[in-house]
Ligand binder design. Structure first.
Ligand code: IVH
Length: 716
């Protein structure tokens, strides 16, 4: 922050130190509340960290003056448990992104291929603005609003019903016709730019902190504990999607949105339906032109397949629908100074350079860090070996242009060499891991034969940075998701030797019982918060198999691969047997593994590498002694293929291979890539070869495509 340089700590008098500690305690508490309670940070992360560092350094010099309410006694922020939780009847998903016109064409081509539409078939798409607010799911029963929930993690959101009732755009009773008994209407809560400015003027006049942007303000206003406060903030709502509907009153996306409007919702006036891509892209550019005069923030245009029957066939991949995409507006850019290049060591040992920036506001957000990817990137060479930034290297002291698009980590796109200080030195990328001192090397990629762009620490399990990152990954949102055990707590617990590996998390409570220095007596903790953490850990002793696999943090085993594995093996015993049996490409276990659709040699080799490392196996076994896993639920249990393993081979004509797979999985089947004794059914199209032969040899049921539709027709 601007102002005089603070006095060196050594030169502070007792009185000065005391009063500065008091000031810092209040200031840091204030920023904590702003950041976490109101979604409105006032200072950059770097400035906040500086305050905490200053506080700590004074405390180190004046230990007698440490205050009861010192910020150093709080182990980071603990989630405000203000609202009740609501589990969404149907998860709230996110959207895949397109960044260029050609990404949009690719999207349409992908959809057409998936559906096997021929060249003449018309594929109708809707286009509407992507509102930059926060999504909300409104549940109506017999036409009356019964609950309102934020998106949360997509599965469980916060119950903000009382606050939603204060928003004029949200009807408490639906009007019009065709109202299903259960209707969940979803859309975006947002604040107009006018309302945002007026609110900030008022805040300023009252000497209160102002908000950063309309989106944060809308989020903060909706999440007020006091509904009267929400009511005083002018929030608005556009309806554009739905969750559970006991009856779907239209067969198109546009028809549904028209219904919403009849029921009393605001819908976006710029929504249109297109039969072709060119006019759709023209509409995107028209909306882009109009963006500044709309009066509310938008960050792109969303396209959706208009026909709901096709939407259903397309289904979902991971967390987003195959039938929609968000075409984002170009990233916002700004110039600032690169103050330093730091190296972070990741979970898999990757040495990742991070740019520390002089704080700069880009698109309403203060940016202090940017990713630098790898050492070639710093030198001005992209991942594909082509020059980037005209091949200009980056040095501390450089003036750089950064770009921020959506939630993506900011990137450096340009450097102004005219402003380079004379003494700026070329960055010397370390070849020794800064965390453990082991050699850091660039391997030759086995499949491409090229030098890997990433330099990795070879310290493996002895590297503390990797250990901490693995733990952070283990407890992260899409893995074990343990409430109250976040990044800061993991770091502190690891440092103090309380948790060295994932299995230790589950023995924490028991060890605490026997310990002389109990968690409740640690700085920043009390009996209640300690108990709450133990309860949260206890609650996760039972976890979905796919989350467990993902939590292991094995290279090349991301969320989707973990799901494929969980579905492929069905339960933890099978999975454990399978991976412990891996012994090179020739082993039976390997062959079975790569027969699972979606799993290739890279993941197989990473799994083998993981489990053959004795220390990993020890932790793995210890974990299994502590937890139980929940087998994946078959999507549909009453279909004739539920629980069966199906192989599709030969060419398919009525649907694409991808759709076949998605349909079979929806109906509860496992789809395998090769035929084995475990295969129950082979669907063979024209041109089927060795797989069909093998099926016949093994006496496995074989049907053709028409046979498939006859079999599952009623269940789709
Ligand atoms: S459709 C299944 N339409 O964007 C897909 N989303 O990145 C449901 N959003 O969480 C979303 N405007 O909060 C859709 N016209 C629009 C939207 C929109 C804004 C947000 C929404 C969602 C996020 C996805």
């Amino acid at each position: 922050m601007a102002g005089a340089e603070p006095k060196p700590v050594e030169m502070l008098s007792n009185e000065e130190a005391k009063s500065e500690l008091e000031r810092l305690a209040h200031e840091i508490k204030h920023h904590d509340e702003l950041y976490h309670g109101e979604d409105a940070p006032e200072i950059s992360d770097a400035e906040y960290d500086a305050l905490r560092r200053r506080n700590l350094s004074i405390e180190q010099h004046f230990p007698d003056l440490i205050r009861e309410d010192s910020p150093s006694k709080t182990v980071g922020y603990k989630a405000l448990d203000k609202f009740g939780k609501i589990t969404h009847a149907i998860p709230m998903l996110s959207l895949d992104n397109a960044f260029s016109d050609s990404d949009v064409r690719d999207f349409a081509d992908r959809v057409r291929r998936f559906l096997r539409l021929n060249a003449e078939a018309v594929l109708q798409l809707t286009a509407e603005p992507k509102i930059d607010g926060l999504s909300l799911s409104l549940r109506y029963e017999n036409g009356r609003l019964v609950s309102a929930a934020t998106r949360g993690d997509g599965v469980v959101g916060e119950d903000v019903t009382e606050n939603a009732r204060t928003i004029a755009d949200i009807p408490t009773v639906l009007g019009g016709a065709d109202i299903p008994e259960i209707a969940e209407v979803r859309g975006e809560v947002y604040m107009t730019l006018d309302a945002f400015r007026t609110l900030n003027e008022r805040m300023e006049a009252e000497g209160k902190p102002t908000y950063v942007n309309p989106r944060n303000t809308a989020a903060g206003s909706l999440r007020q504990l006091d509904s009267a406060m929400t009511a005083s903030r002018p929030l608005k709502f556009f309806a554009y999607a739905w969750g559970e509907m006991s009856e779907v009153p239209s067969d198109t996306q546009m028809g549904m949105v028209e219904k919403f409007s009849e029921w009393g919702f605001q819908t976006n006036p710029l929504m249109r339906v297109f039969d072709e891509i060119d006019p759709l892209i023209d509409h995107y550019h028209a909306i882009e032109e109009e963006r500044a005069s709309l009066g509310y923030d938008i960050d792109g245009v969303v396209y959706k397949v208009n026909d709901l029957a096709l939407q259903r066939r397309l289904g979902f991949v991971s967390r987003s629908p195959r039938w929609a995409i968000a075409h984002k507006f170009p990233a916002e850019k700004a110039w600032t100074v690169l103050t330093a290049i730091d190296i972070q060591v990741g979970r898999t040992g990757a040495l990742t350079p991070v740019a520390r920036l002089k704080p700069v506001t880009v698109g309403g957000v203060v940016v202090t860090n940017a990713t630098l990817h790898n050492e070639d990137y710093i030198k001005g060479i992209g991942n594909d070996g082509e020059p980037i930034r005209d091949g200009k290297d980056l040095r501390a002291g450089d003036t750089v242009q950064i770009q921020r698009a959506g939630d993506v980590i900011p990137q450096i796109v340009d450097v102004d060499l005219d402003k380079r200080p004379a003494d700026a030195e070329e960055f010397d990328f370390p070849t020794i891991c800064p965390a453990c001192g082991s050699h850091a090397v660039r391997e030759i990629n086995a499949s491409t034969g090229k030098l890997d762009s990433v330099r990795r620490c070879t310290g493996g399990l002895i590297c503390p940075a990797q250990a901490v990152e693995r733990l952070k990954h283990f407890v992260s949102r899409n893995a074990f998701d343990i409430e109250g055990l976040g990044t800061k707590q993991v770091e502190a617990f690891y440092q103090d030797g309380l948790i060295a590996n994932a299995a230790d998390i589950f023995t924490l409570a028991e060890r605490d019982e026997r310990s002389l220095k109990k968690l409740k007596d640690r700085e920043g903790w009390g009996p209640q918060s300690a108990q709450k953490l133990f309860d949260a850990i206890e609650a996760k002793r039972s976890v979905d198999l796919n989350r467990f696999i993902y939590a292991l943090g094995i290279r090349h085993v991301g969320e989707q691969t973990a799901k494929d594995l969980a579905r492929g093996y069905g339960d933890i015993e099978q999975f454990t047997n399978a991976i412990t049996g891996l012994n090179g490409e020739e082993s039976e276990a390997w062959r079975e593994l790569v027969a699972i659709d979606g799993i290739g040699n890279t993941a197989a080799s990473a799994l083998q590498e993981f489990i053959t490392e004795e220390k990993n196996k020890t932790v793995y076994d210890a974990l299994l002694g502590e937890i139980t896993t929940i087998a994946p639920q078959a999507a549909s249990t009453d279909s004739p293929v539920a629980g069966k393993t199906v192989v599709f081979t030969g060419s398919l004509e009525r649907f694409s291979r991808d759709e076949a797979k998605a349909m079979a999985e929806r109906l509860g089947a496992k789809v395998a890539g090769s035929v084995s004794a475990k295969t129950d059914l082979v669907v063979a199209g024209p041109g089927a070869g060795s797989k069909l032969k093998k099926a016949q040899d093994l006496d496995i049921d074989v049907i053709d495509e028409d046979g498939w539709f006859e079999l599952v027709g009623d269940f789709q």
